[in-house]
Design a protein. Sequence first.
Length: 125
Amino acid sequence: MIKSLDHLVLTTRDAEKCIDFYTRGLGMKLETFGQGRKALRFGEQKINLHDKSTVTDGYAAHPTPGSLDICFLADRPLDEVIAQLREANIPIELGPVKRTGARFPLRSVYVRDPDQNLIEISEPG
């Protein structure tokens, strides 16, 4: 029944810091949609942002900043990602390490966003 992921929703305490991390640090594109809502676009997916000012008709039962644990596949070699993270002053918490992905083995690094969500960035390997 399920083909792919269209979007997910990230709950944040501070939309400005969150947007800066994902756009400047990870290279995602900021998008505004609906009635001023914000999203972070990458590839064919996006992350919709919810903070205390977000108005929508559907919410998770207990949205909590810092509860996300997600893995992104990089569009470039992981060593280039590591250099970009260092240039953006984003500390690497763990890695590079070997992991198991949905389709193939991964080589990954882990960072935390401003809400302390765990962000894994990987390349096939």
